[in-house]
Ligand binder design. Structure first.
Ligand code: 13P
Ligand code: 13P
Ligand code: MG
Ligand code: MG
Ligand code: MG
Ligand code: MG
Length: 369
């Protein structure tokens, strides 16, 4: 039997500012979802958070893009927004851009990562959740997990993944996608996904072999809020689901790329580059300059759709040195103040509040010599 995992997130109010999610919002979500679980509408769920983003992870058998499941997530987010308004949390309902639900939550503000697959004899899954950054922040780690032999030893030594993987890359400006084979087209893949504000990895599939070719090994939320809202309302803090082991990269190979603390865009006002810090659930509170950007990893074994977990995977002290480096890079980047490349380049600032400032200066410009 096939199982669907739906990870749907939204910022429905920060506490305080954009720092974290108030426990009352999680309690609201838990009470709605536990009723739905008791009614048999979903198999299991977990409510989590990273920074100011509320995360709903649900399992069911209705497939991806299902109207009932998306409607349920929308209902939960609306109820949590009511609670946020009552507590006067910051930006209550920030990511809910439409008043009424119209069948699919995509394009309405929340971020979605969903995958349907035949549950294997043992099914390890990692839910990655980021705050203060954008979908392209997943390009580097997802590439390294599934395509970089210096990261993933199995690509070299395990016959079940030696043939590589297929990458589905989206051009989020043109709303187009392309399927690309790794390792055959590795340089072309990198030519695209290195430009992470435009080209994003949407899914990764196994090649013919041990696992079905149409069941994703990884999926990333690619919703871009400013494209939906037309103006800056916050960054599109992304999530991803990654399956591991037995024909896929091992759990440790899935986590390893996050030991870099790579530079991503987001952070203060969604307008700055900074290092991505892997951290424990309890440390996912964004305060320094509203950051730095953060990622948490929740590990599960799936058992007939039940979510056995989460294990807080970045709590491991083996990531302490990464965090130490991130602290140093944070200090270094901050000292650049309003200068690029700490501040994002002009083309990425187009969707922020900066054009409003520049507009007022416009009429003072005269021809230069
Ligand atoms: P264990 O012997 O602990 O199961 O580890 C196997 C493995 O492949 C680790 O990557
Ligand atoms: P969020 O997208 O996490 O709400 O952050 C918005 C922001 O402007 C932080 O400074
Ligand atoms: Mg916010
Ligand atoms: Mg956020
Ligand atoms: Mg946001
Ligand atoms: Mg073992």
């Amino acid at each position: 039997t096939k199982i669907t995992i739906s990870l749907i997130k939204a910022d429905v109010g920060g506490w305080p500012g954009h720092a974290t999610v108030h426990p009352a919002l999680k309690e609201t979500a838990e009470s709605v979802l536990s009723q739905e679980k008791a009614k048999g509408e979903i198999i299991d769920f977990k409510v989590m958070s990273v920074g100011d983003d509320l995360q709903l992870m649900m399992t069911h058998q209705r497939g991806v893009d299902n109207a009932e499941i998306h409607g349920l997530a929308w209902e939960v987010m609306c109820k949590a927004t009511e609670k946020a308004k009552e507590l006067k949390l910051y930006g209550a309902g920030q990511d809910l851009l439409c008043d009424a639900f119209c069948g699919n939550i995509k394009g309405m503000g929340p971020g979605v990562a969903e995958m349907e697959f035949e549950e294997r004899a043992a099914e390890p899954v990692v839910a990655f959740m980021m705050d203060k950054t954008e979908p392209g922040a997943f390009n580097l780690p997802i590439f390294r997990i599934f395509a970089d032999p210096f990261n993933t030893a199995g690509l070299v030594i395990d016959p079940s993944i030696h043939q590589g993987f297929v990458f589905e890359v989206w051009d989020i400006m043109e709303h187009k996608k392309v399927m690309m084979d790794s390792p055959e087209e590795m340089y072309d893949i990198l030519a695209l996904i290195g430009a992470k504000s435009r080209y994003v990895i949407k899914r990764v599939y196994p090649k013919a072999g041990k696992l079905p070719e149409d069941e994703p090994a990884a999926v990333v939320s690619t919703e871009k809020l400013y494209q939906t809202a037309g103006t800056y309302v916050g960054k599109d803090d992304p999530v991803a689901l990654v399956r591991a082991q037995s024909g896929l990269p091992a759990l440790g190979e899935v986590l390893e790329p996050f030991s870099l603390g790579h530079l991503v865009s987001g952070w203060m006002r969604g307008s700055h580059n900074g290092p991505l810090m892997p951290c424990a659930f309890e440390d996912a509170v964004c305060t320094r300059f509203d950051g730095p950007p953060r990622v948490i990893a929740a590990g599960f074994q799936i058992a007939k759709g039940m979510l056995i977990g989460p294990v807080d995977l970045f709590r491991d002290p083996a990531f302490d040195l990464t965090r130490q480096r991130v602290h140093e890079i944070t200090d270094y980047m901050r000292r650049h103040g309003p200068f690029e490349p700490h501040r994002l380049p002009m083309e990425d600032m187009e969707y922020t509040t900066l054009p409003h400032v520049l507009k007022n200066l416009g009429e003072r410009f005269a021809d230069a010599d």
